[in-house]
Design a protein around this ligand. Sequence first.
Ligand code: SF4
Length: 486
Amino acid sequence: MTPSTDWILSAPADHPEEACGVFGVYAPGEDVARLTYFALQALQHRGQESAGIAVGDGETVTATKNLGLVSQAFREHDLSTLTGEVAIGHTRYSTTGSSTSWENAQPHLSAIGHQVIALAHNGNLVNTVELRDELRGTNGVRFRSTTDSEVMATLVGHFTEKHGSIRAGIRDTMELIRGAYSVVLSTEDAVYAFRDPYGIRPLVIGEIDGVGWALASETCALDIIGATYLRDVAPGEMIKISAEGLQAEQAVPAENPSLCMFEFIYFARPDSVMNDCTLYEARRQMGGALAGEAPVEADLVIGVPDSGVPAAVGFAQASGVPFGEGLVKNRYVGRTFISPTQTLRQQGIRLKLNPLPHAIRGKRLVVVDDSIVRGNTTRKLVQLLRDAGAAEVHMRITSPPIVWPCFFGIDTDTQEQLIASSKSVEEVREFIGADSLAYLSLDAMVDATGTKREDFCLACFNGVYPIEIPETVKRGKLSLEVGETS
Ligand code: SF4
């Protein structure tokens, strides 16, 4: 994908790209494939390129996966033939490996002797290349895909054969892999979950009353199947759910927790809860703080759907400027159907957002959005609002400038492509064509979450990465020296 078309195909505004959503369920006697299907619908926002479900039926594991949205990836026939006691599922946005390859869709199936396992992963390893080379060289392992998920599945298989136990296999794998990972794994009769020692990507456990347990990237996936949130999978923890119940162990020592700040700003659904805070409320508070830090004379506050809307409500409440709807999101535009060669792409941002001219015409607008990555989409958005008759457009962003790239499963591109890495706030304002532009401060953003600053990864704002990034990986994305900037 080229930078010139990426903004059309990606999220409605200038956001980083989501990583993936994972789900697992142990519920004998229930339709586990269908529970997984609904949970994946709730996790659709985390990945729209492919979706997959794997089911364990007591004897083996079978999977179905396809490119596209959850509603496109499965037919009724797929769900009714996937019967069993345990299941895992995945929605994917590719951060490693080709996005158009079916092989790269997850869950990833692999064999350990006569046993089949399925693995699904959210995050990104920073030592995949080293591990792949080592496995190819010393063990002659042949890889079918280009994902780090396959590397993980291969390692789990290798160590499981060595120790005769999947738990020991996962433990040894966790000691070798470095990076962000929230993983669910299914065998024929058990579901496992494990999370990196920093807890960069979220992973929660829920109970389905009297029926079983579920694991999910976000609590909204528990809500949709009637499961009750129990707790987070702790950093470095491994969970096994089987006929013996739920067993937990600290597989590797936990490091300083470093949950991705972007979960609060943008990735997670507003009805999900993280660290005891509803994302809607955190975003509303961010908007309120922004009104205090960067007030402006205006007639109407609008939010860029979806994550900008709660923040716009907060901005309006704190500033006294009325809140209104000004943009409607076309929700179901699947990435797979937008070809870079189609004339439809001329429509650009209208594929994702449509303005409401009667609400906007002649108004001085405050437009609240969560982030600016490259600036191209925000520029189109400002123009779209001006074309719809806005008298003034004041952009208010509920995060600080993104200056550093992500290595943990979020596609923020190389540092050169991040507009704030080379332009001042005034230069960015000029580029996007807004009447004014202001970003929320780092402190106010963190305060809005109710979580301590040191418990977050804030690397895309301050360049302080919780995990050391190998030089070979850094070189691909960094153009400046890494160091704290704020
Ligand atoms: S670098 Fe940014 S996007 Fe990546 S994990 Fe850290 S906070 Fe999240």
